[in-house]
Design a protein around this ligand. Structure first.
Ligand code: AMP
Ligand code: ZN
Length: 448
């Protein structure tokens, strides 16, 4: 299996530390608002990664975090805390906001038929461990204190610019003039933030003798260390994570534990909507519910996502979503037809499909193999295991009345009683089934 590794900027053969337990970490959402369709794309691709690994016989241990604390609206440790912002907006406590949007996210995770991570780690459950990590970094001389927090001194980690190929001189030249003047280097970042007397910040923990809260990046370094150990196999996230968040996670982890943090880093690209970036002001931050209101299932959206490669730039439009919806319906009906007709072809295309995915998760190529070959029902089952698109749902469990109506229609046609046959077709349509007459005989098909 080959994967494009951001660490080396190369397509590499995947070699796990332990094939029985491939360790994967995925940076999860900040739970302060409804995620939009762009946010879900990455989780869909990482689900494909897990499913592909499993299809290759690997065991997987996967951890996903939920950022329920202290993620500021700017990457530069400035701006408003997103959770506090959500709480003000809705007149709730930050804890209520975190709970509500965590549950909301996990429910949608199920709607998208995404494989459940083995551990869903809430950042607020790891505060003591965050403090321990900051202590280690301080003991080793990587930190310094300012009036507003404990900072990581990036000049002490020679490899700091490597991951994102950062040009630190350029960064320095471009830094805002009002940037935190107590910071020694423009790329230094907060490990822990202090809460000033009178500052309105509900989530707070006592550390170093005063109230404060963890910086954003520390939670991932901590959770990885606690749940997966020192070196993991695969770390995933969006491309926006490369220059700051993941760069900082590496600095924290590798300086604290003197071990390589992760062997393979996978980053997915951003989607645009109707050619524009996804943003509130453009009114295109569609949620899954908004797609459902327009009669698109979450799995139709998943189909649309998987039609493209995780590293490609993608443009979302409702016209393309419609096409993806039709394609999924077409696949479900092909699966339903071969199931009913009991057809089995000698050659299976499962190997070919898996081969495509083994080339850096080439889902568009895998999809075109599916489109251009005739699949057995067993193949369809395999395809559904790989992509989790709900393709065979409702096929084996088709209600008895559908089977009864199909044989009654058959009988009526044999007796040339076409009025009755048409009536049965209408009855089926009322229940969202239709009949297709194929050379091998009639089959029921899904209408939606
Ligand atoms: P946020 O909560 O806004 O930081 O978004 C969480 C993550 O969703 C980001 O870090 C990105 O990796 C991902 N994301 C946000 N917008 C998009 C987009 N338009 N396309 C793909 N991924 C996105
Ligand atoms: Zn992270």
């Amino acid at each position: 299996m080959k994967l494009y590794n951001t660490l080396t900027r190369k397509l590499e053969e995947f070699k796990p530390i332990n094939p029985e337990e491939v360790k994967i970490y995925t940076c999860g959402p900040t739970v302060y608002n409804f995620p939009h369709v762009g946010n879900y794309t990455s989780y869909i691709y990482w689900d494909l990664l897990v499913r592909t690994l499993k299809a290759n016989g690997y065991g997987v241990k996967r951890v996903l975090n939920l950022t329920d604390v202290g993620h500021l609206t700017s990457d530069a440790d400035e701006g408003e805390d997103k959770l506090e912002k959500g709480a003000k907006r809705e007149g709730k406590t930050v804890w209520e906001i975190a709970d509500y949007y965590s549950n909301y996210f996990l429910e949608n995770y199920e709607k998208l038929n995404l494989t459940q991570p083995d551990v869903v780690a809430r950042a607020t459950d790891y505060i003591a461990e965050d403090e321990k990590l900051v202590d280690i970094l301080t003991e080793k001389g990587f930190t310094y204190e300012t009036a507003d927090g404990v900072y990581f001194d990036t000049s002490k980690f020679a490899k700091y610019p490597d991951f994102a190929r950062l040009d630190l001189d350029h960064l320095k030249a471009g830094a805002r003039v009002d940037f935190n003047t107590e910071k020694r280097n423009v790329s230094d970042f907060a490990l822990w933030k202090f809460i000033k007397p009178g500052e309105d910040h509900a989530m707070r923990w006592d550390y170093l003798g005063r109230p404060g809260y963890p910086g954003w990046h520390i939670e991932c370094a901590t959770i990885i260390h606690e749940e997966l150990g020192e070196t993991i196999d695969i770390h995933t996230g969006g491309i926006d994570h490369i220059p700051v968040h993941h760069t900082n996670e590496i600095a924290e982890s590798e300086c604290a534990f003197d071990k390589k943090m992760c062997n393979y880093w996978l980053h997915c690209n951003f989607i645009t909507i109707d050619g524009e970036k996804v943003s509130k002001s453009l009114g295109n931050t569609y949620t899954l519910e908004q797609l459902e209101e327009q009669s698109y299932m979450p799995l139709d959206f998943k189909m649309w996502v998987l039609q493209g490669h995780f590293q490609g730039t993608r443009n979302f439009s409702f016209a393309d979503l419609s096409a993806a919806k039709s394609r999924r319906l077409n696949w479900r009906n092909k699966a339903a037809a071969v199931y009913q007709l009991g057809q089995t072809r000698k050659t299976s295309v499962c190997d070919q499909i898996l081969e495509a995915l083994n080339e850096n998760l080439n889902s568009p190529e895998a999809f075109s193999i599916i489109d251009t070959n005739e699949l057995n029902y067993e193949d369809w089952k395999f395809v559904d295991e790989l992509f989790g698109l709900g393709l065979i749902d409702g096929i084996e469990s088709v209600p008895d009345f559908v089977k009864r109506l199909m044989s009654e229609r058959d009988e009526a046609r044999k007796n040339k009683d076409f009025a009755v046959a048409d009536e049965i077709r209408d009855q089926l349509a009322d229940n969202n089934y239709t009949v297709k007459d194929t050379p091998e005989g009639p089959v029921w098909q899904f209408m939606v």
